[in-house]
Design a protein around this ligand. Structure first.
Ligand code: LP5
Ligand code: MN
Length: 239
């Protein structure tokens, strides 16, 4: 059994979510053969050198899971795309590229955060191209922490303001982008997060039955996708 989660948005202001994640790591995750975290584990990430105690607590809890024999993999989200090698080493997680195909019990599954599928959101895609430039990220990471915190807060405020005037449809995935991704990787399954609209959507991709599985965000409940030899299940659970 393989587990997938995304969009926990951990931060020190939401201790109930952190507690729920720590229970998940010490409990149901121990039964898994692997755990995949598909982005936005953290509410915002401004560099591995941020001394925020929560980050160390989370890293050590993940490390404990990895040391117990459950490998843990991470794909960056749009909030924590700056998670780097230092945090990966501390937590024992393996960082994956933004799209990865897994072969699980004979089922090929594309995994990704999901933001790249939201191609109708031109404003976001332009923003993403900018902040994904390696030179800009390197420059950002050289800034003093208090300045990085201010920039991140400005971005979060800008994002909230922009989202309030965007339609629900614009902020969901674009159907053609989904089909293109399935076609590019020659798969009939994908698992992603980001949209916070948990569901398993059957769809037709080039005349073939395909499935798009969307993880839920962790607000008042946890959300996980469980892949077994028989099934792919979306499971909400209490903290
Ligand atoms: O995150 P969420 O759910 O609010 O909305 C996302 C998209 N927004 C983002 C922006 C993030 O929230 C910001 C995270 C910052 C953390 C790390 C800082 C590291 C900086 C590194 C620099 C190299 O991802 C949102 C989508 C939505 O998902 C749904 O898909 O719509 O996209 C936007 O809101 C983008 C806007 O359209 C334009 C962005 C305005 C940002 C203003 C920038 C001001 C910068 C000032 C800097 C001095
Ligand atoms: Mn996201």
């Amino acid at each position: 059994m393989i587990l997938f989660i995304a969009d926990l948005h951990l931060c020190s202001e939401e201790p109930a979510i952190t507690a729920g994640f720590l229970r998940f790591l010490a409990g149901q995750a121990r039964e898994a053969q692997a755990l995949y975290i598909l982005g936005d584990l953290f509410e915002a990430w401004i560099g591995d050198d941020d001394p925020e105690p929560l980050h160390r607590e989370i890293a050590l809890a993940i490390k404990d899971l990895v040391d117990s024999g459950v490998p843990c993999y991470f794909i960056h989200g749009n909030r924590d795309f700056l998670v780097g090698k230092r945090f990966a080493r501390l937590s024992g997680m393996t960082l994956l590229p933004e799209e990865k195909v897994l072969d699980l019990y004979g089922r090929r599954i594309l995994i990704l955060h999901g933001d790249t599928l939201c191609t109708d959101d031109a404003g976001y895609q332009a923003f993403r191209r900018k902040v994904h430039q390696p030179w800009l990220q390197r420059l950002f990471l050289t800034l003093p922490l208090f300045i990085r915190k201010r920039v991140a807060a400005k971005m979060r405020a800008g994002s909230k303001a922009a989202n309030s005037s965007k339609s629900v449809a614009i902020m969901d995935v674009n159907q053609q982008a989904v089909i293109d991704a399935l076609t590019r990787h020659q798969v009939q399954w994908m698992i992603h997060g980001h949209t916070h609209r948990p569901a398993i959507h059957p769809l037709d991709a080039n005349g073939q039955q395909a499935f798009r599985c969307v993880l839920g965000a962790w607000h008042t409940q946890g959300s996980t996708i469980k892949v077994t030899p028989e099934d792919v299940e979306l499971i909400p659970f209490d903290f």
